[in-house]
Design a protein around this ligand. Sequence first.
Ligand code: PLP
Length: 370
Amino acid sequence: MKAQSKLWFTPGPLTTSASVKEAMLRDAGSRDPEFIAAVGEIRSRLLLLACAEAGYEAVPMQGSGTFGIESVIGSAMARDGKLLVLINGAYGRRMAQIAQVLGIETIQISVPEDQPLTADFARSALTANPNVSHVGVVHCETTTGILNPVREIGEIVRSFGCRYIVDAMSSFGGIPLSVPDCSIDFLVSSANKCIQGVPGFSFAIMRRDALRECEGRVRSLSLDLHAQWKGLESDGQFRFTPPTHALLAFRQALAELDAEGGVAGRSARYAENHRALMQGMTRLGFEAYLAPELQGPIITAFRYPGHPAFVFSRFYELLSDRGFAIYPGKLTHADCFRIGTIGHIFPADIDALVDAIDDVLGRMGIGRQH
Ligand SMILES: *Cc1c(COP(=O)(O)O)cnc(C)c1O
C-alpha cells in the first residue's frame, strides 16, 4: 500500500496522525515492564478524561467497540437482571441484540431515528416496566449523529435505583462528558474514535462498586470484565494477548489529545469541522437528515439528492479516486449517506472534501441543486 492514505470522513476507524502511526513501529512484549507501565498510564488518563478519579476504574478490553459493550452487558447483568434499552438508532438496537443473544431479559423501547431520547421518555419507560435493573442508552447515535441527553436520562435512571450503561463509543474524548455528573455506572468507548487511535480494543469506565458487583456474573470467559480488572490490578497485565501496537498508538493519541487542549480543544475543532461541512453541503444543495438543533458534531447524515443520476456507489468511488472516503447510510426509513467530522482532519480538509463533492456531482451530470 502507498504511504499516502485517503482522508477518512468516517466515525472510525478514521484518519490518524503520522505520529500515532509511527508509535506502532516497534514491537512490545505484553509482559514487559515498559509495556505494563504504558497500560497503567492509559488507564489513569482515561479516568481523567472521564472526570472520574476516586471510586472509578478504567479497564481496556480486546476487540472492537461491540466486544466492549458485550463485555459490560455480559459481566454486569445478574442472572435475574432485566435490561431496558432506550433506542433511536442501529447501535441502540445492537445493545438490545447483544443482551438477547446472552439470554438476558430485555425490554426495548424506541423513538423514531430523527427524534432524541428524553428524560420524560426514560421516566415513563421505567414507570411502565418495574423491576428493571439496568438501563442502556447510546450517547451519540452514530446512525444519524444525534446526541441523546445522557445526563438528564441518568438522573432518572438513578432515581429509579437502576444501573446505567452508556455507549459513548463515538463521542468519548470528542464531546465533554463527566461520568460522575451523568450518573453513569458503565461507559464504553473504543480506541479508534474520538481519541484518534487505531482499532484493536475498547475500554469501559466504571464505578468501582458497580464493577465489584460483576464478580461471578459473566457469561463469557474472554469478555469477563471483572476478571480483566482483577488481572490488571494484580500484575498490570491483560489476561490474554493484548493488542500491543494499538495500545502504543493509543498512548501517543492520548498525548496528542492533551496537546490539543484536551476534550475542550478537540470538541472545538470538531465543531468547526462540522460548521464547515454544513456550510459547504448546504451551498451544494444537500439536506441534512436531522433538524439542526438535534445534530451533533461527530457525524452527519445527508439525504441523497433527488436526481435520477445519483448512485451512491458511483459517488463514493469518484470521491475515493480523489482521496476522500465518506460513509454509507444506515437509516431504516431514509436514503442517506454520512460524513464524519472526527479524526485527524481539519476545516481545510472539509473544504477540500466539499470541493471534491462539487466536482464529482458535475462528473455525474447532477450539478448543484440550487
Ligand atoms: C462504532 C460504534 C460502536 C462499535 O462498533 P465496532 O464496529 O464494534 O467498533 C458501538 N456503538 C456506537 C455508537 C458506535 O459508533
